[in-house]
Design a protein around this ligand. Sequence first.
Ligand code: PMP
Ligand code: GLN
Length: 383
Amino acid sequence: TVARLRPFGSTIFAEMTELAVRHDAVNLGQGFPDTDGPASMLEVARTAIAEGHNQYPPGRGVPALRRAVADDRARRYGTRYDPDTEVLVTVGATEAISATLLGLVEPGAEVVLIEPYYDSYAAAVALAGAQRRTARLVPDGDRFVLDLDSLRSAITPKTRMLVINSPHNPTGSVLSRDELAAIAELAREHDLLVLADEVYEHLVYDGVEHVSISTLPGMRERTIVVSSAAKTFNVTGWKIGWACAPAPLLNAVLTAKQFMTFVGGGPFQPAVAQAIDTELEWVHGMRDGLADKRLRLSDALRDTGFAVSSTAGGYFVCADVRPLGIDDGLTLCREMPARLGVAAVPVSAFVDHPDEWKHLVRFTFSKRDETIDEGARRLRAGV
Ligand code: PMP
Ligand code: GLN
């Protein structure tokens, strides 16, 4: 392995899912749903395959999907993107993230991540030969908020890009309009690009609002918004994602993307387009279901003795293991599949400063109620 990728080894999700499979554990680690997306969407994909839409789609993605993404963002956020020049279909959000870093950040330039951060960000920064610096979230009561001072001090004259993620994996926090305005002000002041990972944009609970930083003054022009069908339509295996940005930025993303995969997911693209156009009600129902599952899992973890922080959005709850007399979440996560028959993911896998985060373990509630209940039963029996 080349030196710049050596620190990354295999991902924590692969490691924990492999342990879960080996020990037949309830997998509350890797975030993926165990139910299917809207039936009409699955049908469009089946039809597309049956009707021979099985060759390379256009480089930027099928026109219907680019149009659906642009219309959807105009409707829900009021931001307009030209489907021909400002929307790019990618192989999941993961590719959009890597292509954004590869296409827009020079080797040696700095990228600011906010700890804890989704694991692919650091690896993508390394792929680009760039350097990462980290700001952080901090606990505030039972939730996590941005430590703005840490963000200010992470920015240097070499900073080119800031990566944000809201709703957040792994903490379940949703950045408030005020937090986003403060981030936007720093981005404008230091002339930074912002990569906004919004893969959980629909999954906000209790009336909390997801605000896209691209909607704030002076931000559309410097923001690359990334999202994905994976978590909106329960199709993590389809790997259909997208990036939206002004044409000059998006062209840079495309330049990188075309040599990573060229294109992907031909027959799935029209299906996702159709779902974006017609299945928003389905998404709302799924979201309301997740809101309940979040409480179901949080209550069960509290009953078991974990201290659980509140989740405003996304797929995950974070549980503090210290009340159980344990101080290291990574060790617990490595033991749990065999010992308790449950898999989870240590938050220390998402940080540069594991000592500050090692007491936290991430559990997903993106599962059927029976799955959550069985996981909870095993935890109660064993911890
Ligand atoms: N960003 C975040 C915050 C995620 O949790 C995930 C996993 N869904 C991704 C990006 C990757 O998304 P995709 O599966 O569409 O590549
Ligand atoms: N996004 C999901 C998670 O955070 C799965 C990611 C993956 O397996 N690469 O668990």
